[in-house]
Design a protein around this ligand. Structure first.
Ligand SMILES: [Cu+2]
Length: 173
């Protein structure tokens, strides 16, 4: 808030340079602006788009597949766990139309347990390569599981909400 007001005040002073009334106030203003950095509209600084390079392996694998998946930012490292739970019907994609976490990295032999939240209507989880496919379910607490014995990359989606971005990815190492 103070950030925004200092920016707009700065713009105001810049736009109307004749109104330099209080010399001390202006000095304080200038000090602030050099601290926070001079250029650019404030809103671009809050863009969540970057930061995908932090995860060295796996992350870029799903950048295209999950480009319209609202709650995807990186691949969650779940390697070493014998079972990993993914929420089906989690909040995201403008409703309860998300998988959470949407992208995970697991070890071979890991069982993924999808657990329905009961929200967002009917969901299923269907692998693009047909290696697994659940029923359409809507009941809270309903589950589906699949054990991944082979390494590889698995892309999957929810049939009714695929176009809304309800998609997921699993890397098996
Ligand atoms: Cu769905």
């Amino acid at each position: 808030m103070s950030h925004l007001s200092s920016v707009s005040r700065r713009t105001f002073l810049r736009a109307t340079p004749t109104i330099i009334v209080g010399g001390t106030v202006l000095a304080g203003c200038t000090g602030n602006s050099s601290e926070t950095g001079e250029e650019g509209p404030a809103d671009t600084a809050n863009s969540p788009s970057s930061g995908t390079e932090a995860n060295s392996s796996g992350t870029s694998t799903f950048d295209a597949w999950l480009s319209d998946t609202g709650n995807y930012s990186s691949v969650a490292d779940k390697t070493g766990a014998s079972e990993v739970t993914v929420s089906v019907g989690a909040q995201g994609n403008n409703g309860a139309y998300a998988l959470a976490p949407p992208a995970i990295e697991i070890s071979t032999g890991t069982t993924v347990l999808w657990k329905w939240t009961g929200k967002g209507g009917n969901h299923d989880v269907v692998a693009q390569n047909s290696s697994f496919e659940s029923e359409l379910q809507s009941t809270e607490g309903a589950t589906f599981e699949h054990t991944f014995d082979d390494t590889g990359t698995y892309k999957y989606y929810c049939t009714p909400h695929r176009a809304m971005g309800m998609k997921g990815g699993i890397v098996v190492k």
